[in-house]
Design a protein around this ligand. Structure first.
Ligand code: C2E
Ligand code: MG
Ligand code: MG
Ligand code: MG
Length: 283
């Protein structure tokens, strides 16, 4: 009986593996033509300066709406796009789209803001990133000083010389660099400070825990203090309520982003918010 059970367990395990592989194949097949079929859209999530309560930027977040799959979360399709290499094409499209939109907003007289775009490690590790980004800036007319690229800590662990060279190239175009999901990786701030990084984004897990556990707000405070002493700006992500926002204000965090200010939204919706200027927030 034990043998039978063992075999059944194996079979069940085997089936889920197969299902997962099938689902990946299915997603990948649909992902291939997604850009051409215009199923991708860039959404914008507001970023606010805590001192002035003004919108200082937005993060460009990719949205995929497939007629058969409906909305697919980036956490599901980005890994598949990375494994298949499709992320290079998709990432470039997001960057071009954000720069084009940013320039259109500037030209229509909107207050200047910084647009943050996520970069995959795969895009960063290719030798041609600076040329690609520079080409997109030239093509759209968007200035590098309005662009921020979000990298994860893992990107900076790679080939040191190459990383430094890429960052220098981006800095020559006055592009800002932010470390996304900070605190979830293993690198120290001292290590990150060896690169010309401008901003840390404190991972939303720390912000989430802040209210319930005083220990967590000391972690947030420590990150903010250390970042400031190294001349870095700090933005908190995943701010979902007024209490978190007030605590971050007290801890002298520079900027905030999260559902409390607004979810990622279509360009036209964000534009309305931007033309209002100062943010009005729920209690
Ligand atoms: P991320 O860069 O850390 O982006 C923030 C994620 O947190 C987004 O999830 C956003 O919708 C979510 N978020 C924002 N505010 C809140 C909040 O207050 N509470 C909670 N619980 N969540 C909040 P999303 O859209 O699922 O994206 C997940 C990840 O996918 C992103 O994490 C980013 O790493 C990746 N991603 C999205 N767009 C792109 C892209 O164009 N290129 C690349 N390479 N990755 C992307
Ligand atoms: Mg990000
Ligand atoms: Mg993040
Ligand atoms: Mg995150």
């Amino acid at each position: 009986a034990a043998k039978m059970e063992g075999r059944n367990t194996f079979r069940r395990f085997d089936t889920t593996m197969q299902e997962k592989a099938f689902e990946r194949q299915n997603l990948l097949a649909k992902l291939r033509g997604a850009l051409e079929r215009k199923e991708m859209e860039v959404y914008y999530q507001p970023q606010m300066d805590l001192a002035t309560r003004k919108i200082t930027g937005a993060e460009a977040i990719l949205r995929w709406n497939n007629p058969e799959l409906a909305w697919v979360s980036p956490s599901r399709f980005i890994p598949i796009a990375e494994e298949s290499g499709l992320i290079v094409e998709i990432g470039e499209w997001v960057l071009r789209e954000a720069c084009r939109q940013g320039q259109a907003w500037l030209e229509s007289g909107m207050p200047p803001i910084t647009l943050a775009v996520n970069l995959s490690a795969i895009q960063f590790q290719r030798g041609d990133l600076c040329d690609k980004v520079g080409g997109i800036l030239d093509e759209t007319g968007f200035e590098g000083r309005y662009l921020e690229l979000e990298l994860t800590e893992s990107v900076l662990i790679g080939d040191h010389k190459r990383v430094v060279k890429t960052i220098q190239g981006l800095k020559q175009r006055d592009i800002h660099l932010a470390i996304d999901d900070f605190g979830t990786g293993y690198s120290s701030l001292a290590y990150l400070n060896r690169f010309a990084v401008d901003k840390l984004k404190i991972d939303r897990s720390f912000i989430h825990d802040m209210g319930s556990d005083p220990n967590n707000s000391s972690v947030v405070l420590a990150i903010i203090r250390m970042a400031h002493s190294l001349g870095l700006k700090v933005i908190a992500e995943g701010v979902e309520n007024a209490s978190q926002l007030e605590q971050l204000d007290r801890l002298a965090c520079d900027e905030v982003q999260g559902y409390h200010l607004g979810k990622p939204m279509p360009a036209t919706t964000f534009q309305r918010l931007l033309s209002n200027g100062v943010m009005t927030l729920p209690d």
